[in-house]
Design a protein around this ligand. Structure first.
Ligand code: ATP
Length: 366
């Protein structure tokens, strides 16, 4: 097992500045997920750790030792790709045993290592099959088994379940987590799927355009996004963002959006230290914090629905406030149709405030 430290790493492909002074410390046995949209530099970062890609400046340390002089094969790190890349002419057993051929083990030791890893991955009954006779999920289990059999210092995974269908992805997510706990390996995992990141990670590293946006535990990045990018990348449906004005009143502020005459009363405690006189404030509010009711409730504003998305377990209902549209999460069937009059309020405890220009959170507790 190992800790991994990225210190100020930079990478260019020609003029394309792909990793921009990235700093990241991954602890021994930690599961870290690199999350971000396509092209943000996740794979390049992972490949740089493995030694499959060079870096232009900065240092990569494994267990405190700089590794840029060490070739990929000498870093004792295993890599699992999205494409399973199994040897088609070998059995599952031979595929898993393959990395052990140069390790100098006795036959009995090798046999035990393969069978142990097959048991953890629940593929013991598939050892005599060839890859062509396996399902996609089982192929990826074999690929992971082959990566783990040497007991590498760290396991790097690049969208390992991205090619599987939704149901299998869900199953494999749980398996990868179980495997990580069973093996206790330091794991770095790349995905653009925020649900995968939230469910697997001890910590999530969110990247955009080669720039680190935020590092935190899943609930930290969800509840305290550092900027608008993180706020809208994590969570589904995406967080509502609306331009607002805050007008100070006795013990807090009135929040006005969409050019409406009326506003929502926010107590001082919910403002998170935001200066009400800041010029351009964007409110971030998740659909579950947009509260709809059929009756007039004190402090709520009357609105009309503009769209309803029935999703089975719940609905997403759009309501118009002045020129803004907010999406609310409701129980199924809550709104009957477009144009229905409802009352809307916001949960001040779940409000986020951002500087519209820089995108940075204005809350002092983030
Ligand atoms: P994806 O999920 O699409 O793989 P990513 O976040 O993993 O995205 P990278 O694959 O790291 O992103 O790519 C980052 C940028 O570097 C992209 O603009 C990509 O086109 C570019 N890039 C990656 N590999 C190379 C290469 N070998 N040569 C030139 N440009 C590259």
């Amino acid at each position: 097992m190992a800790n991994i430290s990225l210190q100020n790493i930079e990478k260019y492909f020609g003029d394309n500045y792909v990793i921009r002074k990235l700093n990241l410390d991954i602890a021994d046995c930690e599961f870290v997920v690199l999350l971000g949209p396509s092209g943000c530099g996740k794979t390049t970062t992972l490949r740089a750790i493995a030694g499959l890609e060079t870096i232009d400046s900065g240092d990569i340390l494994i267990d405190g030792e700089p590794v840029h002089e060490r070739r990929a094969g000498d870093r004792d790190i295993a890599f699992v790709f999205q494409s399973f890349s199994l040897y088609p002419h070998m059995t599952v057993y031979e595929n898993i045993a393959f990395p052990l051929r140069a390790v100098g083990m006795s036959n009995a030791e090798r046999d035990k290592a393969v069978k142990d890893v097959a048991e953890i991955l629940r593929i013991s009954d598939l050892l005599t099959r060839r890859p062509s006779a396996l399902s996609g999920g089982d192929m990826q289990r074999v690929a992971i088994g082959r990566a783990l059999v040497r007991r590498p210092k760290a396991l790097l995974m690049d969208e390992p379940i991205g090619a599987l269908d939704a149901k299998l992805r869900e199953e494999m997510r749980a398996e990868i987590k179980r495997l990580h706990i069973a093996r206790g390996s330091t794991s770095v995992y790349v995905t653009h799927d925020q649900i995968e990141a939230m469910s697997l990670a001890d910590r999530i590293v969110i990247m955009h355009d080669g720039i680190l946006q935020q590092i935190g535990k899943p609930d930290e990045v969800y509840l305290k996004p550092a900027n608008l990018f993180v706020a809208q990348f994590v969570g589904s449906p995406v967080m509502n963002v609306a331009d607002i004005k805050l007008k100070a009143n006795g013990d807090g502020a009135t929040l006005i959006m969409g050019g409406a005459d009326d506003g929502f009363a926010f107590p001082q405690t919910a403002l998170g230290g935001v200066n009400v006189n800041s010029a351009e404030i964007a409110l971030g509010i998740r659909p579950e914090a947009v509260l709809l009711s059929h009756e007039q409730i004190n402090g709520a504003m009357e609105v009309a629905t503009t769209n309803i998305e029935p999703l089975g377990s719940h609905d997403i209902v759009d309501v118009q406030i002045g020129e803004e549209v907010l999406r609310a999460r409701t129980e199924s069937g809550f709104a009957s149709g477009e144009g229905q009059r409802l009352w809307v309020n916001l949960d001040p405890a779940q409000a986020h405030f951002f500087d519209r220009q820089s995108g940075q959170s204005l809350r002092s507790d983030v």
